[in-house]
Design a protein around this ligand. Structure first.
Ligand code: CTP
Length: 418
């Protein structure tokens, strides 16, 4: 992305300190960052901090720099506005179209994507006034993140915790890449997503594993949750991409544990996505104690057994009515291409073999896909449709996959949970 103009609005909440990392993310990426705190925000973080981090002057008022008409100019030229923390009061003022400080005035002139990142006590988040305000903002096209659950100010815990800066930055970057990447179109859709790699134990300290970072599956869970889906993420080993806000995370180790969770959770799912890298084989025997070197001897061979094909099993479960017959099942294919065919040939054959509705085909090997932040590939549908997934961040790829998933979910945006 070329140098973008990013406004970071800061509301008066204790989470204001966390936004400093978001400011830094955008300045380090070379963007022009304008921080617009509310007057209340300056009770939590001082103006000097915001000025030092952004490299730009910081003002709360419409009547500063009147000659430059800052509230009009800055809002108009913005490519992205992030408001974090978005307090209940700040969202209410945005809904009302108030212009009583530089931030709300700029919101009225901005025509770019706006990302509200709420942070407040659970009661405030659940209050009908806030619920209605969030709905209004979403209805006007703004993205209002669903906050995380967890520790709030003081000793209370619950929904309302501000998502982590890395997650805010990932979604902000996504909106810079693609302004319409986060519509609220999966409201009430129940989604189960597997991610990461399985580990097949050899003894209490060793396992057979793979290079999966889990980033693509986590990006899918993050974007789906922020599009309104009720997401459960079943996670094997990852490079710790950070738990997505508003997502239930279940951790597993082996392929058989993953299979157990997936077949259980899929019974209540509208969409099942298998992005985990599942080990095809596991050691037949798991030693109770650490396997020792034998004096001067050769290592003992490892006998392997074949793991269940979880994805194919889910398709069978659906065919036999154990999971909702109208559910959408998505698989992934990591391919290198070989003498028998290219990446896409193998992908097409795999789609037929597995029987799922959609298959995301990635080229892997030589630094591609595993562990990287970017990805590219194709989305193959069982009706023969093939969509190119252009090179971009895994979050961008996730948004394109979810567009197609959303078009296949029964009744479009209507939750099928009842
Ligand atoms: N998968 C699965 N269970 C397995 C192996 C893979 O559910 N035991 C799923 C993966 O999560 C992915 C899809 O099947 O969604 C394809 O995985 P991949 O490793 O590309 O294919 P394999 O089935 O292992 O086939 P091959 O190794 O022959 O390419």
């Amino acid at each position: 992305m070329t140098r973008a103009h990013v406004i970071i609005g800061v509301g008066g909440g204790i989470a204001a300190y966390k936004v400093c990392s978001v400011i830094r993310h955008y300045t380090e990426a070379g963007h022009d960052v304008r921080v617009m705190p509310t007057r209340a925000a300056l009770n939590f973080v001082g103006r000097a901090t915001f000025e030092a981090l952004s490299g730009n002057p910081v003002s709360t008022e419409v009547f500063d720099d009147v000659d430059e008409v800052a509230h009009v100019a800055l809002g108009r030229q913005a490519d992205l506005v992030i408001i974090a923390p978005a307090t209940a009061d700040l969202m209410a003022r945005a809904v009302a179209g108030r212009a009583d400080d530089l931030l709300t005035a700029s919101l009225l002139t901005a025509r770019c994507p706006v990302l509200f990142v709420p942070a407040m006590h659970t009661e405030m988040w659940e209050h009908p006034a806030t619920v209605a305000n969030v709905e209004t903002l979403r209805g006007r096209g703004a993205v209002v993140m669903t906050p995380a659950s967890g520790r709030l100010t003081g000793s209370d815990t619950g929904a309302g915790r501000m998502p982590e800066p890395s997650e805010i930055a990932a979604l902000g970057d996504l909106l810079l890449d693609r302004a319409d990447a986060l519509p609220y179109d999966l409201d009430g859709v129940r989604m189960v997503i597997s991610a990461g790699g399985t580990r097949e134990a050899l003894d209490p300290v060793r396992y057979l594993g793979n290079h999966s970072s889990g980033k693509q599956g986590y990006a899918l869970a993050r974007a789906a949750a922020q599009r309104g889906a009720a997401v459960t993420l079943v996670s094997g080993a990852t490079s710790d991409p950070g738990d997505p806000a508003a997502v239930t995370v279940v951790t597993v180790d082996s392929a058989r544990e993953l299979q157990e969770q997936m077949s259980l959770l899929a019974r209540e799912a509208d969409v099942v996505i298998m992005s985990a890298a599942v080990a095809d084989f596991r050691p037949v025997a798991v030693a109770d104690a650490k396997i020792k070197k034998t004096a001067g001897g050769e290592p003992a061979p490892i006998e392997l057994a074949t793991n269940p094909d979880i994805l194919a099993g889910l398709v069978t479960d659906r065919g036999e009515g154990r999971i909702p017959t109208e559910s959408v099942i998505v698989g992934f294919a990591a391919e290198t291409g070989d003498a028998d065919g290219g990446v896409l040939d193998h992908g097409r054959a795999k789609l037929r073999r597995k029987g799922c509705d959609l298959l995301v085909v990635n080229a892997v090997g030589e630094g591609k896909a595993f562990g990287t932040d970017d990805n590219t590939g194709w989305l193959l549908a069982s009706d023969g449709t093939e969509t190119v997934l252009p090179f971009g961040s895994k979050t961008l790829m996730a948004s394109r996959i979810l567009d197609v998933v959303a078009s296949l979910v029964p009744h479009g945006q209507v939750p099928s949970s009842t």
